[in-house]
Design a binder for this molecule. Structure first.
Ligand code: ATP
Length: 199
């Protein structure tokens, strides 16, 4: 599995559609300060479902949409598409190539699609979490973040390992199931109260 391409349009400084084709192995992006290198990494995190504006180096989520320059008007939406080569089947989906797309409009809200089919954020997160690329985004280590990893508490470190091992997805599912169970129990108590009153 490797990242085959990344297409950005209206995302941060990438106003025009920009297609980056990548090869297996190490890719280096070089360029002057402020030319948009980190924006490419932000696009990668964003398309995989990143929800934190701060993690994307912005104040609010709409900051990812091209804000305009002296010569170009702001845009109304940001779009990023990530194509992953899945010939080794690392992603649990029956396609040898998987394209994950995310679009965001200025009035808020994001739309996601997997291979052109609209889907939920949860579908994107679940698809990626089996491959070790999960919602906590530990695969992307930003400038200064190495320190955070090195200073992590044992619990946080366990979280990193669980995510990499694919355990976190099941823990989150268990938490969701327990929350549902709790609300069902409340409903059951209410029903018992009501039947008691009726008798
Ligand atoms: P450095 O080498 O200094 O880390 P870099 O190449 O990583 O720089 P980035 O941080 O990726 O650069 O890009 C910063 C540029 O992106 C700035 O010029 C900033 O104005 C521009 N930028 C960020 N968000 C937007 C946006 N929403 N609309 C337009 N331009 C944006």
């Amino acid at each position: 599995m490797y990242v085959k391409s990344l297409t950005l349009k209206g995302f941060k400084s990438f106003a025009s559609a920009t297609h980056l084709r990548l090869e297996p192995g190490i890719t280096c992006i070089v360029g002057p300060n402020g030319s948009g290198k980190s924006n490419v990494v932000d696009a990668l995190a964003w398309v995989m479902g990143e929800q934190g504006a701060k993690s994307l180096r912005g104040g609010k989520m709409e900051d990812v949409i091209f804000a305009g320059t002296s010569g170009r008007a702001p845009l109304g939406r940001a779009e990023v598409a990530l194509t992953i080569d899945n010939t080794d089947g690392a992603l649990p989906i029956d396609y040898t190539e998987v394209t994950i797309a995310r679009t965001m409009f200025r009035n808020g809200g994001s739309e996601y699609a997997i291979n052109g089919t609209p889907c939920r954020l949860l579908d994107v997160q679940e698809l990626l979490s089996d491959s070790g690329i999960g919602r906590e985004m530990h695969v992307i280590v930003g400038q200064g973040q190495l320190d955070t990893v090195l200073r992590a508490t044992p619990e946080e470190r366990r979280g990193f390992i669980e995510e990499a091992a694919g355990v976190l997805k099941h823990r989150k599912r268990k938490e969701r199931a327990l929350r549902k169970l709790e609300s069902m129990e409340l409903n059951l108590t209410r029903v018992q109260d009501l039947t008691g009153e009726i008798r």
